[in-house]
Design a protein around this ligand. Structure first.
Ligand code: SAM
Length: 238
């Protein structure tokens, strides 16, 4: 599954406009507090945004934040402004093309913000333990539309729990289904890449969270997704 997803985000998609569902937020859905932060993010980084919404606390000054599946770095560069020069934001992604865009604009952002507090690491979110990240060292871990793409969600939550400080929090947006997704949807590479095939049944997610020590998972906001590509819609089966 990693190869399919890497190919999708590294080679098939070139910009937000290539997506085939409304999983990716439209501009009107960007919350007011985020708009001034995004105004200071490089246009090429913004053009390769494939998320379904950044969920995070806004008071993060001085915090250490990790972004799982950071893509071209939109959220990392927004968070960099919230944590300020005493904080740090690290983005992890497995796809070289996505990381290259993020990395390419690091100096541009450092100059714009007046400080450099961002790092990107190539790696799998199921194997956070092999990256040079100290256990119990992050105040907040975020992820924007990535956990569904993981073939081993148990490993992801286990790794997140290990890296969070005592009292730290995991904030993420993702795609969920109101039933277990059938095999035909799970095995379709485009549906998987579009964040539908790997979507968890909501109740399975709650069980998974509890299993890994997240005692009190909370839903902040939700909305139904629409499949905007007419060729793709029948493949979902409804
Ligand atoms: C839907 S995009 C979201 C990217 C970014 N969060 C954003 O909002 O633009 C999914 C990203 O997660 C990365 N990704 C997917 N599965 C991954 C995994 N198992 N390990 C590391 N990165 C992964 C992909 O390479 C891609 O950049």
């Amino acid at each position: 599954m990693h190869d399919i997803v890497q190919d999708y985000y590294g080679k098939q998609l070139h910009s937000t406009d290539d997506l085939k569902t409304t999983a990716c937020c439209d501009a009107s859905a960007v919350p007011a507090w985020l708009k001034p932060l995004l105004a200071k993010v490089h246009p090429e980084v913004l053009s390769r945004y494939y998320g379904c919404g950044l969920v995070c606390p806004q008071l993060l000054e001085g915090c250490r934040v990790l972004d799982l599946g950071s893509g071209s770095g939109r959220d990392v560069y927004a968070l960099a402004q919230l944590v300020g020069n005493r904080g740090e934001v690290i983005g992890v992604d497995m796809t070289p093309e996505q990381l290259a865009v993020a990395e390419q604009h690091r100096a541009w952002h450092a100059e714009k913000y007046g400080y450099s507090n961002v790092h990107f690491l190539q790696g799998y979110i199921e194997k956070l333990g092999v990256l040079d990240l100290e256990p119990g060292s992050f105040d907040v871990i975020v992820s924007n539309c990535v956990v569904n793409l993981s073939p081993d969600k148990d490993a992801v939550l286990r790794g997140v729990y290990r890296l969070l400080k005592n009292g730290g929090e995991f904030y993420f947006s993702d795609v969920y289904a109101d039933r277990r997704v059938p095999e035909s949807v799970r095995d379709d590479p485009v549906l998987y890449g579009e964040c539908l095939g790997g979507a968890l049944y909501w109740n399975d997610f709650i069980r998974l969270a509890h299993r890994h020590g997240f005692a009190d998972p909370r839903l902040v906001e939700d909305r139904p997704l629409e499949i905007t590509d007419p060729k793709l819609a029948p493949r979902v089966g409804n």
